[in-house]
Design a protein around this ligand. Structure first.
Ligand code: 5GP
Ligand code: SF4
Ligand code: MG
Length: 456
């Protein structure tokens, strides 16, 4: 998912700016979109299933617009917990003794179901199966505390990987999990308006410049006096490596590491670790682009445009069913003449289920590639993500049940090789990172209960 928030000391068209910020984060979730806007008195909410441009047509955007808006938040969703239903879309709102609150959330709380079960036994009410509601309920319960203290208390209670934006009628809060697994950045516009976003690309979209990342375990809030910070629970930083491998946009920079540059380094590392004799380096667009540039640069094999990507097709992975994903690959990708008669090094960022990869190899062979050497800029994904990236259940992960040689055979490549885990760490270059989906070592814990839709 993607989250976005604005706090403006001067009246601003925040509905429009929030729309722009959400649009820049569309790659982080295409299932639902929503926003809240307040002017200190009125509090408007609109959300629905669909893309940002589908949900917010002119009429709908007008309905949340407030001429003197001061605070807003936005969310784009793809479901990791809670099914893809309208009532599960975000922001979630509720009325508390601190006034009406809106929350938008990226990531997962691994102990949300335990906390939720406890709260149900104490008589709490829940309207959704969304784990964001647990967070909101925890905040509402601390009726003796002010909003910032109550939010900090809720952060201490929930574990996992998350980045959230929370608004009242008059204030904006942002907070990031203790390990900083999910990203969150702070920006500011020239008119003084503050912005929070999952990625810097959304700051640039609203004319804000990147000020800094929210730190792991940090809570920031904005009011008339500007930016305030509270270190609630900082731990060893382990930001999600998948943000750099695949998820984040290539014009974003997270925790000081530029996404595009890190992908180039991954490709260069891959070329050093897993070289091959070939005629042309071809990326699987768009996610394999950076790594392919790096592989070509390091190996000296020419880079070429071997796969056309239909720009009107969305991200295939996020299509909800296997069949939908398979059909969407053909809608999306088609080989060009650049591969005919060539030994191709095909570069992609990841192999998850292996189904897309198999179809792509097939497409290249049909188009006349004489050899297809598959190189992957992430290590084999052997474990599920519990922190908000939908890398599928363990049994669907092809690398959790197959060796590299078996995967090679399955996808029909001449050779197949992945970047090593240390090689990936080196390419990203940060101090720490989460690589749990490659190693099974979960820095922010694992869930005890995991079957959300079976619960009350
Ligand atoms: P597969 O061959 O495993 O079916 O598909 C691999 C492709 O899925 C890669 O091109 C990768 O970019 C893409 N992909 C799309 N969304 C996701 C996601 O959420 N997680 C992961 N791990 N890969 C994804
Ligand atoms: Fe990212 Fe993988 Fe860790 Fe999930 S398990 S947060 S996808 S590195
Ligand atoms: Mg891809």
């Amino acid at each position: 998912c993607g989250v976005f928030g604005l706090y403006s000391p001067v009246p601003n068209d925040l509905a429009w700016l929030t729309y722009l910020g959400m649009f820049a984060l569309q790659h982080r979730g295409q299932e639902a979109a929503g926003m809240c806007v307040s002017d200190g008195d009125k509090f408007h909410v609109e959300k629905d299933l669909g893309l940002v441009t589908q949900v917010f047509d002119e009429r709908r955007l007008d309905s949340v617009r407030l001429p003197n808006a001061r605070v807003s938040i936005g969310h784009v969703r793809y479901s990791t917990t809670g099914s893809n239903l309208r009532f599960n879309s975000q922001p979630l709102t509720t009325r508390t003794n601190k006034g009406i609150l809106g929350l938008a959330h990226n990531g997962n709380f691994v102990n949300a179901l335990e906390v939720r079960t406890e709260m149900l036994h104490e008589g709490a009410l829940f309207a959704t199966t969304n784990d964001s509601e647990v967070m909101l309920n925890l905040i509402a319960r601390e009726s003796q505390m002010d909003l910032v203290a109550a939010t900090a208390a809720a952060m201490k209670r929930l574990r996992g990987g998350y980045a959230c934006v929370l608004m009242s009628r008059t204030g904006l809060i942002g907070f990031r999990d203790p390990h900083g697994v999910r990203p969150l950045v702070i920006g500011q516009r020239e008119d003084g308006a503050w912005a929070l976003a999952s990625e810097p690309c959304a700051l640039y979209a609203v004319g804000a410049r990147l000020i800094r990342d929210v730190q792991p375990g940090e809570l920031v809030y904005f009011d008339r006096d500007g930016l305030h910070s509270l270190m609630v629970e900082p731990r060893q930083p382990t930001p999600c490596s998948f943000e750099w491998i695949y998820f984040a946009r290539s014009d974003s920079k997270i925790d000081g590491v530029d996404t595009h540059e890190s992908r180039i380094r991954m490709g260069m590392q891959l070329a050093r670790e897993k070289p091959v004799d070939a005629d042309v380096v071809v990326p699987v667009p768009d996610s394999g682009m950076g790594a392919a540039i790096g592989y070509a640069r390091e190996s000296g094999i020419p880079f070429d445009y071997g796969l056309y990507k239909n720009p009107y097709a969305g991200r295939t992975f996020i299509a909800p069913s296997q069949e939908a994903r398979e059909l969407k690959v053909k809608m999306k990708l088609s080989p060009t003449s650049a591969v005919r008669g060539k030994r191709v090094v095909l570069i992609d960022d990841s192999i998850v289920r292996g189904t897309t990869s198999r179809q792509i190899v097939n497409l290249l062979r049909e188009a006349g590639a004489t050899e297809v050497h598959f190189r992957v800029s992430s290590p084999p994904i052997t474990h599920p993500c519990f922190y908000g990236i939908d890398t599928a259940a363990r049994k669907e992960l092809v690398a959790s049940t197959h060796s590299v040689e078996e995967i090679r055979e399955l996808i029909g490549a001449d050779t197949l090789a992945f970047i090593s885990e240390p090689g990936l760490r080196q390419a990203i270059g940060g101090q720490g990172m989460c690589g749990a989906c490659f190693t099974g070592h979960y820095p922010a814990g694992t869930p005890l209960l995991n079957d959300v839709d079976k619960l009350a």
